[in-house]
Design a protein around this ligand. Sequence first.
Ligand SMILES: C[S@@+](CC[C@H](N)C(=O)[O-])C[C@H]1O[C@@H](n2cnc3c(N)ncnc32)[C@H](O)[C@@H]1O
Length: 436
Amino acid sequence: MSEIPAAPTADELTVGDEVVVESGPIAHGGFVVARHEGRVLFVRHTLPGERVRVRITEGGPGDRFLRADAVEVLEGSPARVEPPCPYAGPGLCGGCDFQHVDLAEQRRLKASVVMEQLQRLAHVERDVVVEPVPGDDNGLRWRSRTEFAVGADGRAGMRRHRSHDLLAIDDCLIASERVVGTGVLHGYWAGEKAVDVVAPSEGAPVVVRIPSDESVAPVVTETVAAQSLSRDFDVSARGFWQVHPGAAATFVDAVIDGLRPQPGERGLDLYAGVGVFTSALAQAVGERGQVIAVESDATAVAQARLNVEAVTPWVHYVQGRVDHVFGVESTGRVAGSRKGGRRRAAPRRPNSAMPPTADVVVLDPPRTGAGKAVITAVVALTPRALAYVACDPSALARDTAYLMERGYALTSLRAFDAFPMTHHVECVAIFERDET
Ligand SMILES: C[S@@+](CC[C@H](N)C(=O)[O-])C[C@H]1O[C@@H](n2cnc3c(N)ncnc32)[C@H](O)[C@@H]1O
């Protein structure tokens, strides 16, 4: 007679083991937090309030937490839906987190993550509503730029969650019809690492083979049709542009509504890309005003010099890293430092193009956020208002705390569902000098 193996204790849990848990709250990153006999599990493919059987996918004895996939739903949430995408599910595509969640609930989950991060990191209690980006009916077919990985067999697909393994796919339901209509998922791309498909507002979609030489990537035309700005931008197919076609217009209106830049004012656009916010600021402050834009990417700066500086000469683009341009200490990795460790870079001099004061500032940093040194340098310009455009609620909350400690109040916060079916959310936060 064969013996039934004893269920592993919480301490023994390791990859492949299965246990039944109650799903707790949503966490930053799109996971639900659950506990098994006190051990913390970060679980995908479930929803708060469910009872699920989970399979451990990462971690083992001694680890602080384990990762797991819900592989069987014992008691489902009313917000659970059948995933529209056949590639969503345990062990499958790592691209989307919320295919199994009703769209309204996806937005509530993202709102609760923003609220929790602000509460925990900045001690700010605030109700947050995640607004849809105009043009989104069902959260599908929105992505106008998608990079697909290429497998050894030359087929394009998506990586499995937290894995280098490739899942060949025939369709991606969040990619726009124009992206998948290129036939990229049925092509043969042997020898490439990835293929990037860009369906710009104007003209035909382009497929860029990766690795590509940045400087020879095609230039595409993107249109912003907002209340505060209506114009086209030239942007490298490999350069930064919002992937949701409604996002750039939505964010620029939120920024301009929040800052209300006045004729004759001086604005600063940090992490400016090809100049979406720069252009709107330039239009609002007029030729008696001034806008200084800072961007590290040389191609984006060259494009903005032709397209933005040339039409609104009261704009001045500065190419460089924002921290370097402010002359503040960088805490980034320094080439040549032993074992690749972190070391303080030598203090730099501020770029002479940086003004002593500014009236309004836009910050739209990458996921890591602006950080303490940049926030301190921005505050030293004594702007009356700042707009912080954030793709990571945690970095936003951390920088909110720095701004509040330095005399600024969070006066408005809007959050947008610019990445449906994923856990990502974009926030536009307005800070004003606290005169109280
Ligand atoms: C989120 S994008 C925003 C771009 C632009 N505001 C827009 O909406 O199109 C961030 C931009 O910051 C640039 N960037 C990243 N790190 C930077 C740094 N340390 N200093 C200056 N620019 C940086 C990137 O090249 C990118 O263009």
